[in-house]
Each structure stands twice: as C-alpha cells, then as structure tokens.
Design a protein around this ligand. Structure first.
Ligand code: GLA
Length: 421
C-alpha cells in the first residue's frame, strides 16, 4: 500500500521528544505530551455559527517535551522552524497581554480583532499565547523549557496550530502542577488563538485535538459544547479515509475566512437570530428569499450552505447508525458538502475540486475538502482495494495540470491530547 506513515509507536514518539529536548537543553525533560491534528469528516464552516461538526483526531500530532524552571522564564524551542530550529525566551511576568499593559481585553473578551504583542510574533505567538491565556485564566503557570516537534503538516488544513496549542497547554500544566479539564483545554487554547495569534477560528480544531478518541468521530454541538463520540470503524468495511494534501497552503485564505464569518454574523443579525444554527432547514426557502432582498444573493448562498451543512451532519450520523452502514450514502453526503462549500460558500480551490472529482471518478465513495478551505487537504472515502487506483489517478491529474505533487496518508481516528511519557 503506497501511503506514507510518518508516525511510529507512542514509544518512538516519546523517545523523539526526550532526545530532542536533551539535544537542545542538555538535560532530560520531566515528561512528553502529545496533541493530535484532525480531519473534519463533515460539518464545515458551521462551528462559528453554533452548529454541528463531525471531526476526528488523527495519528499525526504535535509533541511537547518539557521541564520546569526555577525562574519565571518560558523558553520554547520550535524544532521545525527554519534550519535546525529556533528558540525563543520570554519572562512570564512580561506576558501582560497582547497590545500593552493598558490593554483592557482579557481572556473572556469577545473582541477578536488581531492583536500584536511586540514581544512575540510568528510561530512563537502560538505557544506564548497559550501561556498568556492560562495565566489570564488564573492558572499558576511556572517557568518552563519546552521542546516542540510535530508530524502534522503545516498549512495543510489539518490543525497543526491547534495541536501545538493543546500540547503546549498540557505540558505547561504538567510541569507547573495544575490540571486542565478537556473542556478547559479546548476553550483556553481556542481563545489563545483568537486573541493572541489573532486568528478568528471557531472551536472545531481545538475541541477535536482535546476530545479525540481512538476509533471514533466526534459529533460536536458547538452551541454548549456537547461532544458525542460516534463509532467509525471503516476497517470493518475494508475501507479507509484517505487524506489528500494538495500542498496548497491555506494561509492565503485568512481574509476569506474572516469575510465568511462576518457574512454569517451579518445574516444572523438581519434575521434576528443568535446564530445561523437557529434557522431550521424547513425555513430555508423563505429565509433565502428574505436575505436576497434584504442583504444580497451572495450572503443568501452563505446562509444556505450553513443551514444545509448542519442538516448533512445529522444525516451523516444517522447513516453511521444504520444497519448496515452504507458507504455510498456517506460518500454522497460528502459530495453534497463539497459542492456546497465550492458553489455556495466559495471556499474551495481548483486543486481541491480536482482532487475530489478525480478521487470519485477513480472509485472513491465520496470526497470533500476538509477544514477551512482555500487550499489544504481533501478527504476521500475509499475501499481498500481502490486505494492505489485513487491515489494514482489523483497524482496523474495533478501532474497533468502542473500542480505540485499531492501527499497521501490514511486518517486513523486517534486519541486526543494526553501525556505520553
Ligand atoms: C478552520 C477553523 C475552524 C473551522 C474550519 C471550517 O479550520 O479553524 O474553526 O471554522 O476552518 O469548518
């Protein structure tokens, strides 16, 4: 089977953390923590509309090896930054928050405008933002040395930043001697990304990394944060979920993401509901017409995506519980989701559309973009005996279009953030 697997056993992962930490800091770490990336199986751009999502944690993770320090200094080494890694150092007491000491926004602020802390920028804003938010929330964060390394590809729409944030948070809690509940872990890391890194994401990524479970997808009602793991044993059906990383970095979609989010908020305000989650599928025709007249046709299509996508998540879960589970029916919902993201929500990319169309033409039951879009990865539901045909077809189609060669690997539903050594 020609799929690449970068992760080894938990023992290998722990060893990697120990060895890397020792090489940089010259001593042994006190422990190693891991937090996975995710794929979202269905339910895209619904999380910031209080809607439904169905992600799973994958067996690619960020590893944080850490040791406490006697002073109140945080040193973080990013092993994959630049040539040979990069270390940043910051006194915890200097973390007064993004902006300045006079900035009144705090961890509970709902103002998510991008903020820049002059002390940290780039990748370092992610781990430092986590230390900042935990302090803001009253946790006794102590000085620490942290070594971070990851097998989640960056920019591939697989939540490498949520993995980094969750691994950092658990490592800081571990070496400082306090506990975080899984819900606290998800909530604080999302706030760190919103406020400190200035990325207006919803709760999907951090909740997936925090709550992941072996062999399950997670039905999450993002209003209230209820998580209901659902069995997802594709191996029992001789099938798998194939990740197709288009190698188009999704980073250039940042403004597109913020635009979509703003359009949804505008529409909800216009319709007099708290969030688009409150529009029932039956009310869609009437709602669509109302938004076309009162706002514009583009916004009406954004609304239609969110309303129909929420319904598709519920339908997908119902199919998972049917006996026998029908892979073609699951695949059909994935195709509908992709079409809606492409045509109504307009967050796909030519490479994603090609990956999806080619995978299905080559025998996949269904495929769709996953994550925020504008690049990143697609996922395809594939019978094992079709795997080579699907990969070969997608690779050939990309070559014909002179696109960068895509990367493939199976998404294996995995455990969430945890201590591994
Ligand atoms: C990104 C965001 C998530 C979610 C998805 C789209 O991954 O970080 O919060 O909005 O896009 O479903």
């Amino acid at each position: 089977m020609a799929v690449s697997r970068q992760t080894g056993s938990a023992v290998d992962d722990a060893r990697r953390g120990f060895a890397g930490f020792h090489a940089v800091f010259g001593v042994e770490p006190a422990g190693v923590w891991a937090a996975p990336g995710r794929v979202n199986v269905i339910g895209e751009h619904t999380d910031y509309n209080d809607g439904f999502v169905l992600p799973m944690a994958i067996d690619r993770a960020c590893y944080a090896a850490a040791a406490p320090r006697a002073d109140r200094v945080l040193r973080v080494h990013g092993a994959q930054i630049g040539e040979g890694g990069e270390t940043i150092e910051i006194p915890l007491d200097a973390l007064v928050g993004p902006g300045s000491a006079h900035d009144t926004r705090d961890a509970s602020s709902s103002d998510m405008s991008p903020l820049a802390d002059p002390a940290v920028s780039g990748w370092a804003a992610y781990p430092v933002g986590v230390a900042w938010i935990l302090q803001q929330a009253g946790f006794p964060v102590g000085g620490a040395d942290l070594y971070l390394t990851s097998t989640v590809p960056v920019g591939a729409g697989l939540s490498s930043s949520a993995a980094l944030e969750c691994a950092t948070a658990l490592a800081l809690a571990g070496v400082s001697g306090f506990e975080l509940t899984t819900a606290e872990l998800a909530r604080h890391t999302q706030r760190a990304e919103n406020i400190y890194a200035g990325v207006p994401c919803g709760p999907l990524d951090q909740m997936s990394s925090a709550f992941g479970q072996d062999g399950s997808v997670l039905f999450i009602d993002t209003r209230g944060g209820e998580v209901r793991p659902q069995p997802f044993d594709l191996a029992a059906h001789d099938a798998l979920l194939l990740v197709i990383d288009t190698r188009v970095s999704h980073a250039h979609g940042d403004s597109g993401y913020a635009d979509r989010r703003a359009a949804c908020e505008r529409a909800a305000a216009f319709l007099g509901v708290k969030a688009l989650r409150d529009i029932p599928a039956e009310a869609l025709p009437e709602t669509f017409a109302k938004v076309v007249v009162g706002l514009d046709e583009t916004t009406a299509r954004r609304v239609r995506h969110v309303v129909t996508e929420n319904a598709r998540v519920e339908q997908f879960v119902a199919i998972l519980h049917a006996e026998p589970v029908s892979l073609p029916r699951l695949g059909h919902r994935m195709m509908q989701s992709h079409a809606s993201l492409r045509d109504d929500y307009e967050v796909s990319a030519p490479e994603l559309d090609l990956a999806v169309a080619t995978a299905v033409a080559a025998g996949a039951h269904g495929a769709r973009m996953t994550g925020g879009g504008f690049g990143g990865s697609a996922i395809a539901l594939v019978d094992r005996d079709q795997l080579d045909a699907v990969q070969d077809a997608v690779r050939a189609a990309f070559a014909e279009n002179s696109y960068t060669e895509p990367q493939f690997f199976p998404a294996v539903a995995s455990a969430g953030a945890r201590r591994i050594a």
